[in-house]
Design a protein around this ligand. Structure first.
Ligand SMILES: O=c1[nH]c(=O)c2nc[nH]c2[nH]1
Ligand SMILES: [Zn+2]
Length: 439
């Protein structure tokens, strides 16, 4: 049994629903046994109640629940930085040529390792991962994910038009390859499967129906895709699906809008779409860095909240600008500021919730991860800025926990991530002398 001692913060509830959702302990303790949290509270109280527990002294930094990235592309890590393009040009010129390279398993393995290492070193402990178009690259990915210790929900991406021929499949292969991957990987270790048509623009009704067959056969499997990202994309989908009422309807008619569905972007939804998303309790994964970089638009967070649609956060690497969920939270804040009177004012508790607990809820994993509640897995990120950095200076002068959290989102980077645990296992440790001091 270990007692981790640090300043700690988490959001067991939603700050969009309750005012005191942020819980903090300046001198906090987390009691952990076999990777599970037994108790979370003030260190002196826990120390008195469990005097025999081994103390891991992490004072000087802040312990947060591990970040949960609900939209990030495995094959795109090497093509980050493709600036100056809108979505469709960016896919065509920057991204799809790279995705085609994952046909080679050796290449795919190197990319998978880079991708998983980047998640862990940024403090992300769970991710909903948009996969590769190639089934073999997904076998490689799930194998590497198991070795990394991270929680991943991932699936083969399927498309049968409008991309490039080598990335296209058929409804039959969508079903047979998807089924084999689910049987091999869903529920194995910390991995789960997500059925993943790329977007309706690149998927015929046959492909969407094959996806629906997989979901009917494996009801516990998750679903993810893109929606309502850019005006040109939306217009193309309208032309491709003349019968559909709107973009969501292309998925809805196939039976793909469920509690297990996570739709990335949704920057330009209609009120009807928001109503249907709320009714089915699915999630919009907001990706503010990607929306800014690709010029997709300003996410209408308030309209989602007013309609009752659940919202989580995603980095959308490589349309986004990196793996940091701290940066993503800050950009979400910026975008609401830029919306003026239509923006939803976000405070540090909202940012932490969006980067952690909201993702766990989106993925149906809130009983397992997303906060430090008793019985949950010890999935955590320890942020400790190197001495002399601006964040280090600012934190020394922060007057209350809310301000500490705001400072972490404003100034925190990958360099401030000192250690990361999943289920009590260390999955990342910054190169330096060990930070664990047993007393
Ligand atoms: O941000 C995005 N990244 C992608 O790779 C993609 N594919 C379809 N639509 C997309 N949007
Ligand atoms: Zn995406």
């Amino acid at each position: 049994m270990k007692l981790y001692r640090a300043a700690l913060m988490h959001t067991p509830g939603s700050p969009f629903a309750v005012p005191d959702a942020l819980q903090t302990h300046d001198d906090g303790g987390l009691l952990v046994e076999e990777g599970r949290i037994l108790a979370c509270g003030s260190y002196p109280d826990l120390r008195a109640a469990w005097p025999g527990a081994e103390v891991v002294d992490l004072r000087g930094g802040v312990l947060l629940p591990g970040f949960i990235d609900t939209h990030v592309h495995y094959p795109q890590v090497r093509v980050l930085g493709g600036l100056g393009m809108g979505l469709l040009e960016w896919l065509d010129k920057n991204t799809l040529p790279e995705e085609a390279r994952l046909a080679d398993d050796t290449y795919a393995r190197a990319v998978a390792r880079e991708f998983l290492a980047a998640l862990a070193s940024n403090g992300t402990t769970t991710a909903l991962v948009f996969g590769s178009h190639y089934a073999s690259a997904m076998d490689v990915f799930f194998g590497e994910a198991g070795a990394s210790g991270l929680r991943v929900v991932a699936g083969q991406v399927v498309s049968d038009r409008m991309l490039r021929p080598e990335l296209h499949t058929t409804p039959e292969r969508t079903y047979t390859e998807g089924r084999a991957l689910i049987e091999r990987w869903h529920g194995v270790g910390r991995s789960l499967y997500a059925v993943t048509p790329r977007f309706s623009l690149s998927a015929s009704e046959g492909i969407l129906d094959a996806c629906a067959s997989l979901l009917r056969e494996f009801p516990d499997v998750r679903f993810t895709s893109h929606i309502n990202e850019s005006p040109r994309e939306i217009e193309t989908v309208r032309r491709l699906f003349p019968e559909a009422r709107d973009y969501l309807d292309t998925y809805e008619r196939a039976g793909l809008v469920t509690r297990h569905s996570v739709f990335a972007h949704n920057v330009h939804p209609s009120n009807r779409e928001l109503g249907v998303m709320a009714e089915h309790r699915c999630t919009a994964a907001h990706c503010p860095c990607s929306n800014s970089s690709l010029g997709s638009g300003l996410f209408p967070l308030r309209r989602h909240l007013q309609a009752g649609v659940h919202v989580s956060l995603g980095t959308d690497v490589g349309g986004g600008t990196g793996f940091s969920m701290l940066k993503e939270g800050l950009q979400a804040y910026f975008m609401q500021q830029l919306l003026g009177a239509e923006g939803e004012p976000l405070g540090p508790a909202h940012l932490l919730y969006l980067a952690t607990r909201a993702g766990a809820e989106a993925l149906g994993l809130a009983d397992l991860t997303g906060d430090f509640g008793g019985g949950k897995a010890f999935d955590a990120v320890y942020l400790r800025p190197p001495p002399g950095t601006t964040l280090d200076t600012v934190l020394r002068h922060a007057e209350d926990p809310g301000r500490v959290l705001a400072d972490l989102f404003t100034l925190g980077t990958q360099a401030d991530v000192a250690q990361v645990w999943v289920g009590g296992d260390v999955v990342y440790q910054r190169a330096a002398a060990s930070l664990e001091v047993s007393v």
